[in-house]
Design a protein around this ligand. Sequence first.
Ligand code: CTP
Length: 443
Amino acid sequence: MKKVITYGTYDLFHQGHYNLLKRAKALGDYLIVGITSDYFDKSRGKFNVHDDLMTRVENVKKTGFADKIVIEEYVGQKIDDIQKYNVDIFTVGSDWKGYFDYLNEYCKVIYLERTEGISSTKIRNAHCIRLGVIGNERILDRFLDESKFVSGMEIAGQFAENDDIDYIYKAKKSGDLLQYFSLENLFKNIDAVYINAPLSQRSDLIEKALKAGKHVLTEFPFCPDYNKAKELLDLARENNLLLMEGLKTAYCPAFGKLIALVKSGRIGKVLSVEANFTQILGKELENQIRIAGGSMLSLGAYPLLAIFKLLGYDYKKIDFISHQENGVDTMTRMNFVYDHAMASALVAINAKAEGDLVISGTKGYVYVPAPWWKTEYYELRYEDINKNSKFFYKFEGEGLRYEIVEFIKNIKEKENLYLAEDDILAESKVLQVFQNKNLTSYF
Ligand code: CTP
């Protein structure tokens, strides 16, 4: 019996997939189809696969060509599968020509002709979200670079007022980004906006965009005024628009898994969370202060995310200690007291400390090394070191691609955002309290 194996994602199952499977089956007597797992796809740079694994498996099954379906979960699995199932022929479409020649050592490799004019990417792009950019601040170049990894959207243009300052970034300088000279014109040509303007202008711009019927992805922090934040979230909800805070950690593959692991009780009851994020910004310091403010407004959102996800919003007491330079907090420690737990976070924009996250429980603790806000690796540690375990989930590039994927996906099909309204409001409240200087000690 001649055994054939082929692999693919089979997202939004289309004629090209059908033809390929039919041809693959015709090469032998028994066809094995490998379908990539959601996690494996993400780790190889396919970020916005639309259909979940079960749907993709069902679609392949329905063709009736597959005698066996396997899930592809890791690099190198093809060699293992070929050997395990005693495969005679490995085949894929001609778009991969040459790429799998290394498998000739294990079986015959055949590249089948690809069906012209159709692909999952093309289908995803057919309902492309046109995203406008408002603002032109430091992170924009990274955002644009990362957005190239996301299909189903295109950057339609930019409106930015800050021509006169020193900080005109690559995107605007290069002239690649279509410039709009009024917000109204930009709004006419887009479905959604990414707001990258300084914090002082952000809530006004969010409101304008929502009133123009646009979905909004905004830089963090969302808004350091609780009532205003609530008003904006209400406005979005009432108009059935998506309003999302772009805090990348919330959407990276490992962070949610880390929280779920802790919630499942593996370290017992959580008694303490310590999260630090410190930077020495050097010549960018002044610019960062202009864009967001001091260390709390610039970085506080990251530890707050970890603290609220792990301990909830019902803290009994909060206090801050800040180091100030020229009236700006360049280093701040915040302390939370909960009924049966405590949390502490250090943020700095002109000082450096270890940027790790430690979650301590009654049975053990989780250690996430710096930079924990780009969560990729963490360890479960116990008194008995034999019980320790390590976890790794790849964090790609600058990580902004994860939040962009989430934004685009949620515009198309609303699901619950990981960074929900309650998290955003809790963040706003803390930032507002921090700005009330009576509650804060300075040195
Ligand atoms: N395929 C094909 N003809 C097409 C599209 C895909 O023969 N028009 C083949 C691929 O070469 C591969 C298999 O179908 O052997 C599964 O491909 P997959 O990557 O899942 O599909 P694509 O449509 O190419 O997906 P994407 O656009 O996300 O890359």
